[in-house]
Design a protein around this ligand. Sequence first.
Ligand SMILES: [Fe+2]
Length: 284
Amino acid sequence: MRDWPGKRVAGGINFLRGRGRRFERALEKLDRLTDFANSGDVDLVVFSGDFTAMGTRAEFATARAAIQPFVTSPAEFVCVAGNHDIYTRTVVREKRFETTFEGLLETDLPDSRVDGPWPTVRLLGDDVAVVALNSAKPNPIPWRSSGRIPSVQLEALGEILQRSDIEGRFVFVVTHYAPCLADGSPDTPTHGLENAEAFLRTCAGIERGAILCGHVHQTYRVRIPAIGPEIFCAGSATMHELEGFWMYDVDGGSIAARRGRWTGSGYEVETLEANPLPEGGAQE
Ligand SMILES: [Fe+2]
């Protein structure tokens, strides 16, 4: 209840004023997304956070039930928390995210964990690695929704990227907050990743990899000069009129990314011809 006078009242008003309606068909849309996970062609599903609006127990229970079809699908499942999931200090204290997603935050490199379950690392086959970092934190001030990757996680990421069993792989680095907007510029101090520069510096040397994020309600890809991996923001998979996601095909050291869209009754993925290679990009 101590959280209610601040963040949750503001979030609740925001929700009732329209945000909630934009997610009315979220469960139906998630159900359609499971078609991809069950297709047999998808090895890995990545959720980049914001499963809930205000991190309540009821929302977490609904979200966990909603993602169960992905968990039981043949695809591996990796997720990170969003700021809406780590909404208040109470949510953190009660470890609601970690408890709800227990069993889904497993890592193949337990010795590299430095901050609860983070970084979470998955080694897929012989050629892909996923490193998931937490950038979400409570923002008690109602008008703030910024994030930060704790420096211990960034240091751990740097060490992971140097490992001989990681170096030869295509590396997906996943976190909720976008390190930049669609035009490559920084997000605002009240909404963005506070230490985006340090994060990008840590990732700069990745020769074969991609940074996957969410938070910004726009599906985009962007490359920043001197930063090795391209950045892909999923946007929101289920938010009305902004639905989007990315489908990646990794082949050795290269990646082909196609944008997914909601058609009104299902999702479709663009052909590579409709999503041409960026200038100097790593697509093949
Ligand atoms: Fe977010």
